[in-house]
Design a protein around this ligand. Sequence first.
Ligand SMILES: [Zn+2]
Ligand SMILES: [Zn+2]
Length: 255
Amino acid sequence: MQERGSDLICEIAIELEEVLSETEKFVDFKKAVECDKCGGTGAEPGTNLINCPSCGGSGFVRSTRRTVFGNMVKTHTCSKCNGRGKIITSMCKTCSGEGRIKKDCRVSVKVPAGIPSGSRLKVKGQGEAGFRGGPAGDLYVDVYVKSHPFFGLNGNDVTCDFAINFGQAALGMTTEIPTLDGTEKLKIPAGVQSGMMFTLRGKGLPYLNSRRRGNQLVRIQVATPTKLSTAQRELFERLAEGNGENIGIRKRIIS
Ligand SMILES: [Zn+2]
Ligand SMILES: [Zn+2]
């Protein structure tokens, strides 16, 4: 009776930057493997296995039942030896007769570019060892994308907030915006308002199995100063004396 080994599920977390291209990751986990001391038989080396007295070494027992159609013969797995046909006289001390031991394992997995967080990858044959030469189970790896201190995600679009001061907002500026792969120039027009969005084309995450990439969405935040020097205070006082147009206050809000 060959029995397939169990499937295993592991989790790994990858950085947002690692979604840009295929990356190799290592998964560490424990799994049952064939005991190398007894070669998976479960018997202490040098001791004998004897034929199971219940089934005579076949691993199967037959029972005959009388029915109206005649005698029915049913074959089933011997419960005494679990179908192994042999009885262990002395258990292997390493695996206590199970034939398998738990071992620390490390497997490398290729994580494809553009993988969505929460995707499950299958690594064939890397699950637990089978019993009596049965096939090994499979390993499933759940891949999660870590949250980033600066970037957010909206599908395959990368989002970020970019803070500028009143003066920069009023006058406009050209600046370098950090992206997942380097920086990118962005021209912010004069009179930009807090909350306005700008798009950096093709700077988002790639789509799985595609060369296409999402965009990076930059949301402008006009930062209000909380600490002013005497000189700054004088400048702001002069701006505050204006009719409101100068600093972009919308008339319909105050009237
Ligand atoms: Zn063993
Ligand atoms: Zn038996």
